[in-house]
Design a protein around this ligand. Structure first.
Ligand SMILES: Nc1nc2c(ncn2[C@@H]2O[C@H](COP(=O)(O)OP(=O)(O)OP(=O)(O)O)[C@@H](O)[C@H]2O)c(=O)[nH]1
Length: 203
């Protein structure tokens, strides 16, 4: 028996404990698991069917393990990904340094992969704004430089989680539509190597 046909391979990357699994849990099952923290080992896969206008898009989400012990495995999972959600914990500056590490790798090895930076655990800032360790404007400047999109989410409250994954699917559909358009008309805008151009030019 074959599994679902995946349109968009999405990979979750980021330091351990930043909340990658919780983000997927919130998005796919609309729940936030409490209890003892469990590291992801290797990677986990889940498929989610969603709508973009009158189209159906299936996201195939690979949730990788954040521990540096599994770094080599994470590399296997981002190969061929169309989208990478690179997570960092808004209350942990070292996790943002780790996010930059993954961005560098993706930019050099998976040029066509659209990057979504995701600052997690925003509910902790609502409780106490002094807990913020990663400045929003600094990350926005960085995101502009690397042509990434930026979200700040909470898997606990659900804040911006659906919006993040919806954007991944919307971008995929925009890119596909643009590809069909240029291939049909034989237009070569010399921009094919730039995935951000693809997704931006339809907004
Ligand atoms: N307050 C709060 N805690 C969160 C949030 N997301 C995750 N956590 C907590 O952070 C811890 C780690 O979450 P995980 O989702 O397992 O983190 P991970 O990035 O998948 O970790 P690895 O599997 O080790 O890579 C857990 O104790 C979660 O309950 C959030 O949005 N808000």
């Amino acid at each position: 028996m074959s599994g679902p046909r995946v349109d968009v391979k999405v990979v979750m990357l980021g330091k351990e404990n930043v909340g990658k699994t919780s983000l997927v849990e919130r998005y796919v099952h609309d729940r936030f698991l409490v209890g003892p923290y469990q590291n992801t080992i290797g990677a986990a896969f889940v498929a989610k069917v969603m709508s973009v206008g009158d189209r159906t898009v299936t996201l195939g989400i690979w949730d990788t393990a954040g521990s540096e012990r599994y770094e080599a495995m994470s590399r296997i999972y981002y190969r061929g990904a169309k989208a990478a959600i690179v997570c960092y914990d808004l209350t942990d500056s070292s996790s943002f340094e780790r996010a930059k590490f993954w961005v560098k790798e993706l930019r050099s090895l998976e040029e066509a992969c659209q990057i979504y930076l995701c600052g997690t655990k925003s509910d902790l800032l609502e409780e106490d704004r002094r807990r913020r360790r990663v400045d929003f404007h600094d990350v926005q400047d960085y995101a502009d430089n690397i042509k990434a999109r930026l979200f700040e989410t909470s898997s606990k409250t659900g804040q911006s989680v659906d919006e993040l994954f919806q954007k991944v699917a919307d971008d995929y559909v925009s890119v596909a539509a643009f590809q069909v358009m240029t291939e049909d008309k034989g237009v070569d805008l010399g921009q094919k190597a730039n995935p951000y151009f693809y997704s931006c030019c339809h907004h």
